[in-house]
Design a binder for this molecule. Structure first.
Ligand SMILES: O=C(O)CCC(=O)C(=O)O
Length: 269
């Protein structure tokens, strides 16, 4: 397969590290700008194999209308696997968090359709039974994303608040967490617009949302979620966290290392 390598170590600006630690998010322009077009066909081929919800847009709930969500593309094709396993991306994730190594939690393609709804305010880590604050998501558009296509926005500093409660993505999370952002006067930052191959990174507790896609174009985005190597499985004290353990950390019990066959070490110093 003739794909450009993504295993080199790109120097990361100190500003990005400072921003990530202070604000809970940052943007790394051009992280794969020269390579993303070569990987896109393989990602588009793998993506539908990771789709579970096949209902049309109008039959889905608020969360479902935000995007078509397709999981663990790396298990569905070689190009997708090389993209998700990219050492270049994993090293940035590790450096931003200040850890020695990172494992894969899972990947997902998030395609916001033309006419697709907004992504409600939420914290990702509510779903994840991982006993660490060192979790991070890479969010990379495969196509240029203009402001009308639904670029993400982040509430700066919200990662420092840690868990704000058990809010699954939906009407309540949008209302309650949106009110909290207002009440605390947290700055809302979108790093958009984006070229294909730019990337944002956000921490697992960072509050974020995205507006609707008012354009005629599909907002094709690929995400990869990493956690620090050495992390242990946390309590399975919510149905969503039990579900996530069963699907993304199969066979790992609370207190054990989060390191199933689905969680390869993608970078180690
Ligand atoms: O792409 C979006 O609209 C939301 C993405 C998101 O919530 C995430 O990557 O954690």
């Amino acid at each position: 397969m003739d794909l450009p390598p993504l295993d080199d170590e790109l120097p990361l600006a100190g500003d990005a590290i400072d921003e990530f630690r202070k604000c809970g998010h940052t943007c790394v322009r051009g992280l794969a700008r020269d390579e993303v077009a070569a990987y896109r066909p393989g990602l588009l081929e793998a993506a539908p194999r990771g789709r579970f919800d096949h209902r049309p847009l109008e039959e889905r709930d608020l969360y479902g209308q935000a995007f078509i969500q397709m999981f663990n593309l790396w298990t569905h094709g070689e190009a997708a696997k090389r993209f998700v396993f990219a050492r270049r991306f994993a090293k940035v994730a590790a450096e931003l968090m200040g850890v020695d190594g990172v494992r894969l939690y899972h990947d997902q393609a998030l395609f916001k359709e033309p006419g697709g709804g907004f992504t409600p305010w939420h914290q990702d880590q509510f779903y994840w039974p991982l006993e660490t604050k060192h979790t991070i998501t890479l969010w990379m558009p495969l196509v240029p994303v203009t402001p009308d296509m639904g670029a993400m926005e982040f509430a700066s500093g919200s990662h420092q608040l840690a868990s704000l409660g058990d809010f699954a993505i939906g009407e309540d999370s949008e209302r309650v967490l949106g009110e909290l952002v207002e009440a605390r006067g947290l700055e809302r930052v979108s790093h958009g617009p984006f070229e294909a191959g730019d990337a944002t990174f956000h921490a697992g507790w960072t509050l974020h949302r995205a507006p609707a896609n008012r354009s005629e174009r599909m907002r094709e985005v690929m995400t990869v979620i990493y956690f620090a190597d050495g992390t242990r499985v946390g309590p399975l004290d919510h149905p969503n966290r039990r579900f996530d353990r069963n699907v993304w950390l199969p066979g790992c019990e609370p207190g054990e290392l989060a390191a199933s066959e689905l969680n390869p070490l993608l970078y180690s110093r």
